[in-house]
Design a protein around this ligand. Structure first.
Ligand SMILES: [Zn+2]
Ligand SMILES: [Zn+2]
Length: 338
């Protein structure tokens, strides 16, 4: 079979790879229905994360179970399943409290930009839908593998509740789905930071009430103006740079919450500044597995349509163009069909 392999900065190739095999009795092999390029794939693609050896890419996936190992009991051949970017057993003490992305036996997924994928801890990782979904539901179900679950976690970590004022830093797929999550959780006001027309339009469609184009100190000043001078109750940080994290912290009211899900790159926090900011900070890799059953329900009932973040769909063999389009910000997110 052929899948994507990253060789170096801006050098992603579609090439022959080994067909995945069951290695442990707890594994499953799935036939991918759809996969995609993640904003976090752009860090190594741009050479910001060094690439030491050719790496099979992709960690967002859904598809049909092809084969299961002898110890797998909860999923079976023919079911449509969704898994998260961390495989988890869903039984250890950390999983039990809802932090499957810190599972004691977690395994980071890779190689999903391919026609078939091996999923470790299949019983813990994969969640099956009640029936094989229609083709039109697949993009939304695919987002639950990472971006939608991550946006949801950002909102949950930022304590979004009915009536609250929420601000979202980042207008990538995760930020946009953070807006959707905040709306679904009942936020009264949702301020999205965006400078791109297509992205701010989608943010409004997902529930943003205000769009702020200023960044840095000017952005913070604008948020204060909109919030009686104190800042937002809940701030979702969906970028991971020094500027975006400081903007999030400075835009949060005293006693408010920052939910941060952008993978930090070169971020350093000053102790004194943190001390006097008076905010709650909670974030990290989203425990997507924890939210999967509820989010599958919301998608299948038609309550949310997160698949709208895919503004480019390509056959898998054009994966290189999928990366280029996102790198050049011509696309918010690329869906790939094997
Ligand atoms: Zn991802
Ligand atoms: Zn676990």
């Amino acid at each position: 079979m052929k899948g994507s392999v990253l060789y170096g900065p801006r050098d992603v190739r579609f090439e022959e790879r080994d067909f995945p095999k069951i290695i442990k009795p707890t594994d499953a092999i799935i036939k991918i229905s759809a996969t995609c390029v993640c904003g976090s794939d752009l860090w190594p693609y741009r050479g910001i994360n060094p690439i030491t050896q050719p790496s099979p890419m992709g960690h967002e996936y859904c598809g049909i179970v092809e084969e299961v190992g002898s110890a797998v009991t909860s999923v079976r051949r023919g079911q449509f399943v969704i898994g998260s970017f961390f495989a988890s057993d869903n039984t250890c003490p950390t999983c039990q409290i809802g932090y499957q992305s810190s599972c004691q036996h977690r395994e980071l997924m890779g190689g999903a930009q391919a026609p078939f994928l091996r999923v470790p801890h299949a019983d813990g990782t994969l969640v099956a839908t009640p029936a094989v979904p229609s083709d039109s539901q697949i993009p939304s179900l695919l987002t639950l593998s990472d971006v939608m679950g991550t946006g949801w976690f950002a909102a949950d970590a930022a304590d979004v509740k009915p009536g609250k004022t929420v601000m979202v830093v980042g207008d990538g797929a995760v930020g946009l789905l953070g807006v959707l999550s905040a709306k679904q959780m009942g936020a009264r006001r949702i301020i999205a930071m965006s400078r791109h027309e297509s992205r701010s339009k989608l943010a409004r469609e997902f529930g943003a009430t205000d769009i702020v184009t200023e960044r840095g100190d000017e952005g913070v000043a604008r948020i204060k103006e909109l919030t009686k001078g104190i800042g937002a109750d809940s701030v979702l940080e969906c970028v991971g740079t020094q500027e975006s994290i400081m903007q999030a912290i400075h835009s949060t009211r005293p006693g408010g919450y920052v939910g941060y899900v952008g993978v930090p790159h070169g971020v350093e926090l000053n102790g004194q500044e943190l001390f006097f900011a008076h905010v709650h900070l909670h974030g990290g890799p989203a425990p997507v597995r924890h939210y999967l059953p509820d989010l599958i329900g919301l998608v299948l009932k038609g309550k949310i349509n997160p698949g709208k973040v895919f503004d480019l769909t390509l056959p898998l063999d054009q994966v290189a163009e999928g990366y280029r389009a996102m790198d050049e910000r011509r696309a918010i997110k690329t869906l790939l069909r094997p």
